[in-house]
Design a protein around this ligand. Structure first.
Ligand SMILES: C[S@@+](CC[C@H](N)C(=O)[O-])C[C@H]1O[C@@H](n2cnc3c(N)ncnc32)[C@H](O)[C@@H]1O
Length: 350
């Protein structure tokens, strides 16, 4: 991260962007250009010199360059840029890729593409980024920006129409602002976000992917059941409380794993459905009894969640049982804890 301060995203994730590309493809890296970029390219949306800001491993830039346009991709992640360069060489596509900070762009371009970068910035960075974009976009040039939308299901950095309009209020004219489908691998995105400590985002992605089991494992293994129960500050998505495993996966409770049963129990309790909570707790108990001893850490985390749910359930109606449940929690061993976006076409005013 030579010579630049970490971005707000990097501070939150506790790692530089480059780390996203270290252990195999990042979740947004589908290995193909985004369908909307393919469509725009086909319709002649890209013209003249093209900049792909935050290009990642370059699939979009390579697709546009393969159609005969002069394209340069810029990204802060050195690993992503070296992968993009390799792809360009292997495919014989003359796209250029450079390590660079989109907050301080250089050059002059007729068309700029932002596929998933704007929404990673906080408000201050967005202001800086929009000024940086304006400084390199030829008057009359176009910027195509693809970002997460603030509609359900929400991506990690949902952006509202108002936010977009405000960000580009001066010096730009919004030509169109449309909902758009974006290819991602939500399941894998969840895994990646979970590994990077972004629990709420990871759970949201898992739910979007219809993977209640994975969402539940994240919650239980990261000792976040208190959030489902509203015992601690909730950052987890509200769907977790509103939905049941059957809503998400179309599967009956008995076919799930202990973590799923535990989260279903906590969610039922939050909704005030005590019988459903009791049934799910019983199931979790049985499933836990079937886990092999080698999975001691998993069992401990599940038992802790089980105890916390009982504690929450019993604290009003039976203080003694609540104390017993609390005692259970004290015996737990210490443990370590571990993307549809709208497409807006923005035309720079002159
Ligand atoms: C969500 S990824 C999208 C990557 C690529 N556009 C795609 O669609 O596959 C966001 C990208 O922006 C890059 N990035 C983040 N902050 C940046 C900055 N200040 N300047 C340039 N690139 C940045 C990240 O390294 C990452 O590759």
């Amino acid at each position: 991260m030579s010579g630049r301060p970490p971005t707000s995203h990097e501070r939150r994730a506790g790692a530089p962007w480059d780390a996203s590309y270290a252990g195999g493809p990042a979740p947004w890296d589908t290995g193909e250009p985004q369908p909307v970029v393919v469509r725009l390219a086909r319709e002649g949306g890209f013209a003249g010199a093209v900049l792909d800001a935050g290009c990642g491993t370059g699939e979009n830039a390579l697709h546009i360059a393969a159609r005969g346009l002069r394209v340069i991709g810029v990204d802060v992640a050195e690993t992503a840029i070296s992968i993009a360069r390799e792809k360009a060489e292997q495919r014989g596509v003359p796209a250029a890729f450079e390590v660079g900070d989109a907050l301080h762009l250089g050059g002059v371009f007729d068309t700029v593409l932002d596929c998933g970068l704007f929404h990673t910035f906080d408000d201050d960075e967005r202001r800086e980024y929009v000024a940086s974009l304006a400084s390199v976009t030829r008057p009359g040039g176009h910027l195509y920006l693809l970002c997460f939308r603030d509609a359900e299901p929400k991506g990690p950095h949902p952006v509202s129409e108002d936010e977009l309009r405000t960000a580009f209020a001066q010096g730009w004219r919004i030509v169109s602002l449309d909902p758009e489908r974006v290819d991602t691998r939500f399941g894998r995105a969840a895994a990646w976000l979970g590994e990077h400590g972004l629990l709420a985002e990871a759970v949201r992605h898992a739910l979007t992917a219809g993977d209640w089991c994975y969402a539940s494992r994240l919650v239980v293994h990261q000792l976040a059941i208190g959030q489902v129960l509203a015992l601690t500050e909730a950052r987890l998505p509200g769907e977790l409380v509103r939905l049941t495993p059957a809503d998400v996966r179309g599967l009956p409770l008995h076919s799930l794993d202990p973590e799923s049963a535990l989260v279903a129990a906590a969610a039922a309790l939050r909704r005030g459905e005590e019988p459903a909570c009791a049934k799910a707790l019983e199931l979790a108990d049985r499933l836990l009894g079937e886990l092999p001893h080698e999975e001691a850490d998993r069992i401990a985390r599940c038992r802790l969640s089980h105890a916390v749910i009982r504690m929450a359930r019993d604290r009003c109606r039976d203080p003694q049982a609540a104390r017993a449940a609390a005692a259970d929690t004290e015996e737990m061993p210490g443990t370590t804890v571990a993307l549809k976006r709208p497409f807006s076409r923005v035309c720079r005013c002159w």
